[in-house]
Design a protein around this ligand. Structure first.
Ligand SMILES: Nc1ncnc2c1ncn2[C@@H]1O[C@H](COP(=O)(O)OP(=O)(O)OP(=O)(O)O)[C@@H](O)[C@H]1O
Ligand code: SF4
Ligand SMILES: [Mg+2]
Length: 350
């Protein structure tokens, strides 16, 4: 498919983005023996003000895509057209370290693990205030004041800002993580498994907080998760990723209720639904465990080695493009129009 045009409603247009990691053999003079294809020619637009979910199994490349967007990785190929607050579009993939600096305040990431991502030797004030200091945005009492306001906003007591991370629970540490991401007043936030490590009850609170903050600060989220049941309550649209490619993209309710890609159908079939009325046809499609090696992707449709609908003529030979199947609903499957796939009814957000 040709790259999507950058529309004025898009904050980020990802164009033909790829990230390959070299695989090195062992030994002192080890040569490169292959490449992991973590991200494989992705075209995807993030609309300003939306929550776009990015789902897929472990190892499909979600984090790598997020890391490319914040330029913790330099993508092997492709462009990242970011529309700044003045409407000017810049390719983040083409900027050098110095040129990137102002955008690093505008595009921020909330990491997965609240236990390992906070430096145990820094106080909460130092952790949350660090981006302000590093970006020379504020220091001294002004910095402290801004940290206090942000801590309060994420539901933490400013009086605790001189404490160390170990004094906080998992949910509170994730609030610290969120405060650190939002302190520079970003416009686009990559939330990478931001609630995955939390207990279910705490998870709902942090999801509510993320939703409130989005409305209050007019944020756009790329919300990364391997868990379809987390994504449905917070996302406006969902992109499904398989082996470094987007295989389906639609509004959340549309994607859950009328999936057009067999991989999405299989992911949805694992979503718990205590109420049988919400469980589509009730058919379950357990995914075989044979996730392909990203260093040696299958021919044709990458999903053909696990797809119950695969045929020799098309699926094994030809790579399907991500193309419109229904209105505002794209899928990369040769047989999308012919298949009647089962989805699940969306649960009302709590
Ligand atoms: N720095 C790296 N060097 C080599 N390979 C890497 C590197 N980072 C990621 N990979 C590989 O790229 C692929 C995609 O990994 P990635 O972490 O992006 O997946 P993910 O979808 O975020 O998975 P998870 O749900 O487990 O977080 C995997 O095969 C992984 O092993
Ligand atoms: S193109 Fe073929 S193998 Fe790929 S998802 Fe569609 S039916 Fe399955
Ligand atoms: Mg990840």
């Amino acid at each position: 498919m040709s790259a999507p045009a950058a529309e004025s409603t898009d904050i980020l247009t990802i164009e033909d983005l790829s990230m390959r990691f070299p695989i090195r053999g062992h030994g002192l003079f080890a040569r490169t023996t292959g490449e992991v294809h973590a991200v494989n020619g992705i075209d995807l637009s993030i609309r300003s003000g939306e929550v776009l979910g990015l789902v897929g199994e472990s190892g499909c490349g979600k984090t790598t895509l997020g890391r490319c967007i914040v330029r913790s990785e330099q993508p092997t190929e492709g462009r990242l057209h970011y529309r700044g607050p003045d409407g000017r579009v810049v390719d983040l993939a083409a900027l050098n370290v110095r040129e990137l600096r102002p955008y690093q305040n505008q595009v921020r990431v909330v990491f997965q693990d609240p236990f390992s991502s906070l430096n145990p030797r820094m106080t909460i004030l130092e952790i949350v205030g660090d981006p302000l200091k590093a970006g020379r945005i504020a220091r001294g009492s002004e910095l402290e004041e801004r940290v206090a306001i942000m801590l309060k906003r994420v539901g933490l007591s400013p009086g605790h800002m001189r404490r160390y991370p170990h004094a906080f629970s998992g949910g509170e540490r994730q609030r610290v993580n969120i405060a650190r991401a939002l302190i520079t007043e970003p416009r686009l936030v990559i939330a990478d498994e931001a609630v995955s490590a939390l207990d279910v009850s705490v998870r709902a609170q942090v999801l509510n907080l993320l939703r409130d903050l989005q409305a209050e600060f007019n944020l756009t989220y790329l919300f990364i998760s391997h868990d379809m049941s987390v994504v449905e309550n917070i996302c406006d649209r969902v992109a499904v990723m398989y082996l470094g490619k987007i295989v389906e993209l639609a509004d959340t309710a549309e994607l859950y209720e009328r999936p057009q890609h067999p991989y999405t159908e299989a992911l949805l079939s694992a979503v718990p639904r205590p109420d049988p009325r919400l469980r589509g046809s009730g058919r379950r499609h357990r995914l075989p465990d044979n996730f392909p090696d990203p260093a040696n992707p299958p021919s044709g449709c990458f999903f053909h080695t696990r797809c119950q609908y695969a045929d020799e003529a098309n699926c094994v030979e030809q790579r399907p493009d991500l193309r419109p199947i229904l209105q505002d609903h794209r899928a990369a499957c040769h047989h999308a129009e012919k298949l009647t796939l089962s989805g699940v009814e969306i649960e009302n957000a709590s």
